[in-house]
Ligand binder design. Structure first.
Ligand code: UDP
Length: 239
């Protein structure tokens, strides 16, 4: 059955999610729109949608091959990805290998300080509240996920790090930190959302040059060039 786009289910900052004619399947459409600081800063990163779509597909495939269940099913076009429809758990799971961003602010440690054992952090996915940090007890109190689900999410986030970090290292990229979202379909949990320079900090291994959304957040210039460089290193020419 050929897949057809039906009603728009949800429009977010960087993506639109459409229902399809196939039950349990949705289409993620990747836009060039970029936001930062809880949408206080808005802009466009030309070509970002194509890059984030293609790069997420490549990395979801790498993860699937390593046994991580993801919502990714198929790339339909430059900006469209067919995915399993998930009931998204309202927790942003962050994994860190190197101090940067909010961790540098919270601890006073210098950005770039290596972290020996990767750190997992949880944030409540809530725009009105500005994504506050949570711990396991808060998650339990708010019933955002069961203890078994949370434990699986944390274990899987570390597994994603174990798989992606060397994959990126081989391509000259240091995986500083990244954000994951998980969701349920039936009784099973899957990794959802995207894995892209919007959701990861990616530094050139040698020069430590930033190749991610921090260039947009911090008005560093060369935003499109950085996304294009990540794309060139990660996405094989034929896909
Ligand atoms: N991140 C994200 N969405 C968010 C918050 C963070 O994708 O709403 C990603 C961000 O790109 C970085 C990692 O999560 O790769 C850690 O972000 P941090 O907590 O340092 O927050 P920030 O510095 O972006 O405020």
């Amino acid at each position: 059955m050929t897949v057809e786009t039906r009603e728009k289910l949800y429009e977010g900052k960087a993506k639109i999610v459409y229902e399809t004619n196939q039950p349990g399947r949705i289409i993620q459409y990747f836009k060039d729109d970029a936001t930062a600081f809880n949408a206080l800063k808005k802009g466009t990163i030309l070509g970002k949608g194509v890059i984030n779509n293609r790069m997420s597909a490549v990395l979801f495939e790498v993860l699937e091959r390593a046994g991580v269940p993801t919502h990714y099913l198929e790339t339909l076009s430059d900006r469209e990805m067919l995915c399993r429809r998930l009931d998204i758990i309202k927790i942003e799971t962050i994994v860190r290998n190197v101090v940067a961003g909010s961790l540098a602010k919270r601890t006073g440690l210098e950005e770039g300080t290596p972290i020996k054992q990767p750190i997992v952090e949880l944030y409540y996915k809530s725009d009105p509240l500005g994504d506050p940090m949570l711990n396991d007890d808060h998650v339990r109190m708010m019933r955002l996920a069961t203890p078994a689900e949370l434990s699986w999410m944390k274990k899987t986030a570390l597994r994603v790090n174990t798989v992606l970090k060397p994959h990126l290292t081989r391509r000259g990229i240091l995986l500083v930190d990244f954000k994951l979202e998980f969701g349920r379909q039936g009784r099973k949990l899957y990794l959802g959302d995207e894995i892209s320079p919007d959701t990861c900090r990616l530094w050139d291994s040698r020069s430590k040059e930033r190749l991610d959304k921090d260039r947009f957040r911090r008005d560093m210039g060369g935003v499109e060039e950085a996304y294009a460089e990540v794309y060139r290193r990660l996405v094989p020419a034929s896909t």
